[in-house]
Design a protein around this ligand. Structure first.
Ligand code: MN
Length: 512
């Protein structure tokens, strides 16, 4: 069972006007009256200023001037990105613009296993054997790369950091740091790129959705207008990817970015070389793009297979080891692919409504990913249980990751079990369904549907409106689909006056 949380105490019915409904939905989404116009019609990215995301104007100017000199003097520039969608789109946005301006620019995204996440000396030394830049620009990483930044300084390579991750007290030594925690890495990169030409805000919108930023304020501008731009994009890579998936020419939604295009771009980095996603995004023609789109589609199937195998293994380990007194799933195996531990952890937490830790027991260092439920701050739990066992711990209350030496896994497991048990003591772990308000089915009509659509795009921070209907009567039921997995009901509310839409047809997938 799930508990239902009503965000408002009113009950909506046929007397509710569209204005009332809109006001209630905006209030539930914590949109202040003064911000309502910009929520419903977000300003276009081109009308935003660096100040809107609190970027330092001085640092931006310093970076722009240095890059201009590099372009003029034909100095070698390197963009250092990341293997996830945010990092890939950030890399593409800035690489493209600087190249168009005649810059000598190459881009690099780290290999998940060989390089790990973020700017580091080992990877730099490897890159420098074939390409030693005069100027290095990070995107979606770098804000805590103290060692690598010092190494670059010693090598007399200028460094510009652009990032959105949380900084530590001390910042790394760099020529300029362009940083905002309010947006994703691709949007930060976009603000730098647009100083040089027309930068792709559609890609920045894709990075925003894929990096799970809340679709409110500035982020909404990039997703709202970005979706429109991506729907009509001329970029061969995205068109090839849309063609190979079921999307085709249709009007894109945030769901398509997060669940169809995003996973395919991520797949390359999870099971192989993330450079393939970069090559897709940068493909100059549809033939090249088609080759990479087919490759990503294949890698995405591989990723799904790895994930399914991993999930089956994780479930069997958990079934063997589980203790009903410990509200934590902790599974570790050398057979988990390090690129899919986050996905497996997410699935386990969803299935059991328990926090989970999944470790790919690789040597010399093992990689772990964790997901949690609303009742437990997993980052806090990991920090408390750490006792010097963990390397590179990072994340937030709902999701985190760390590295650990295999010999410490057992001891850390004990420590975390004790901590978690203490932290959730007295709490009942139970999934919660949030509904905007109670309603009578007479609320449901075309006009109210259209009102709800004004709040698009929906996603994190702006969920699709939902309503709680009580005491409905099932008049008729029917199973649908080839395997009869889906449920169709005819519903009536005995106390509501009949209209042409009542009784009401409802559809529920996988609920047969
Ligand atoms: Mn990011």
């Amino acid at each position: 069972m799930s508990k239902i949380k009503l965000l408002s105490s009113v009950t909506l019915d046929q007397k509710t006007t569209s204005d009332d409904l809109l006001t209630l939905l905006l209030k539930n989404r914590k949109v202040k009256p003064a911000d309502q116009p910009s929520f419903l019609k977000p300003p276009h990215p081109k009308n935003l200023t660096p100040k809107d995301i609190k970027l330092s104007a001085t640092n931006l100017k310093k970076a722009v001037e240095r890059i201009k000199i590099a372009i003029k003097n034909k100095e070698k520039i390197l963009i250092y990105g990341d293997y996830d969608v945010d990092g890939l789109t950030a890399t593409t946005i800035i690489w493209e613009v600087l190249r168009e301006k005649g810059g000598q620019v190459k881009s690099f995204v780290p290999h998940r296993e060989k390089d790990g996440y973020g700017l580091n000396q080992k990877s730099l030394e490897r890159i420098f054997k074939s390409y030693k830049p005069d100027l290095l620009i990070t995107v979606d990483n770098g804000i805590v790369a103290h060692q690598a930044a010092s190494f670059l300084k010693k090598e007399k390579i200028d460094l510009i950091i652009t990032d959105h991750h949380l900084p530590e007290k001390k910042l790394p030594p760099a020529l300029s740091i362009i940083h905002s925690p309010l947006v994703c890495g691709a949007v930060v990169a976009w603000f730098l790129a647009r100083e040089f030409g027309s930068a792709d805000y559609g890609l920045a919108g894709l990075g925003t959705v894929a990096d799970c930023l809340p679709l409110i304020s500035i982020n909404r501008s990039f997703v709202y207008h970005g979706l429109d731009s991506l729907t009509h994009t001329k970029r061969p890579g995205l068109n090839a990817l849309k063609q190979i998936t079921s999307i085709g020419q249709k009007k894109l939604s945030a769901y398509d970015l997060g669940f169809i295009l995003g996973p395919r771009l991520n797949a390359a980095g999870r099971v192989g070389d993330p450079g393939n996603s970069l090559r897709l995004l940068a493909s100059p023609d549809i033939a090249t793009a088609g080759t990479y789109a087919r490759l990503l589609e294949k890698q995405n199937r591989e990723r799904q297979k790895e994930q399914t195998i991993g999930q089956t293994l994780a479930r069997s380990i958990y079934e063997k080891e589980k203790d009903p007194n410990i509200p934590l799933i902790f599974v570790s195996s050398p057979d988990f692919n390090p690129g899919t531990v986050g996905l497996i952890s997410g699935r386990l937490t969803q299935e059991h409504y328990l926090p989970s830790v999944v470790i790919s027991q690789t040597t010399p260092v093992s990689k772990a990913s964790c997901r949690s439920v609303a009742e437990l701050d997993i980052l806090k739990a990991l920090r408390q249980a750490n006792k010097g066992f963990l390397i590179d711990l990072g994340g937030h209350s709902a999701a985190a990751g760390f590295s650990i030496f295999p010999k410490n896994i057992k001891k850390f497991k004990k420590s975390l079990q004790v901590t978690v048990k203490k932290m959730v003591k007295g709490k009942k772990l139970e999934p919660q369904i949030k509904a905007d308000a109670s309603a009578k089915i007479s609320l449901i009509n075309l006009k109210n549907y259209q009102t709800i659509q004004k709040l698009q795009p929906f996603g994190i921070g702006n969920p699709e409106p939902s309503f709680y209907f009580e005491n409905l009567k099932v008049i008729d039921k029917q199973l649908l689909g080839r395997d009869k997995n889906h449920l169709k009901l005819l519903l009536d509310d005995p106390v509501t006056p009949k209209t042409e839409s009542i009784p009401l047809e409802s559809l529920s997938f996988w609920q047969a």
